[in-house]
Design a protein around this ligand. Structure first.
Ligand code: HEC
Length: 143
């Protein structure tokens, strides 16, 4: 009898463990899932970029050859080549520059002539790049 009870105890412990594991796994998947939706870019990333980088990398401004205005231009990168490697924040020039971990000059840390972004803002952009840098497709060019 005691052995049966011990067996049941082990089974319960294993079950609780499995449920806990599944729970934390789901939470991670949910977080990654949100960041890989185009809405994450539209609602969280783009406003950040527009506010902090807009003066030099949106509209007619392509400092360093980089325009962040469209998906095509964002993915094309600038004078130094691609700025974003989807899924690989550490190798993305844009992330290295906003973390102030890129080259000390040429290209210089971003945003140029402004204070470093907050840790939270940097984390949002990194999370977006890690989840694949997903953004809505550009509208077809106007005829
Ligand atoms: C005041 C203007 C200004 C602002 C604001 C600014 N940049 Fe830049 N950016 C530049 C200039 C100028 C260069 C070219 C620097 C160089 O070649 O040394 C550049 C270059 C870059 C490059 C490298 C392009 C390449 O291929 O060489 C990236 C990536 C970049 N910026 C990202 C950003 C991001 C992200 C922000 C906002 C967080 C930002 N920049 C804000 C002026 C700006």
């Amino acid at each position: 009898m005691r052995r049966v009870l011990a067996g049941v105890g082990v089974m319960v412990a294993a079950l609780v463990g499995a449920v806990l594991l599944a729970g934390s796994g789901l939470r991670t998947v949910a977080a990654q899932g949100a960041a890989s939706k185009p809405a994450f870019y539209t609602e969280k990333v783009r406003p950040l970029l527009q506010t902090n980088c807009g003066k030099c990398h949106f509209d007619m401004n392509h400092k360093g050859g980089l325009s962040l205005a469209t998906k095509a231009s964002t993915m094309k990168g600038g004078r130094d080549g691609v700025a974003i490697v989807p899924g690989d924040a550490a190798n993305s020039l844009l992330v290295r520059l906003i973390r102030h971990e890129g080259p000390a000059s040429d290209p210089m840390p971003m945003p140029a002539k402004a204070p470093k972004l907050s840790d939270e803002e940097i984390a949002t952009i990194e999370q977006w790049v890690k989840a694949g840098a997903v953004m809505p497709d550009d509208p077809p060019p106007a005829q």
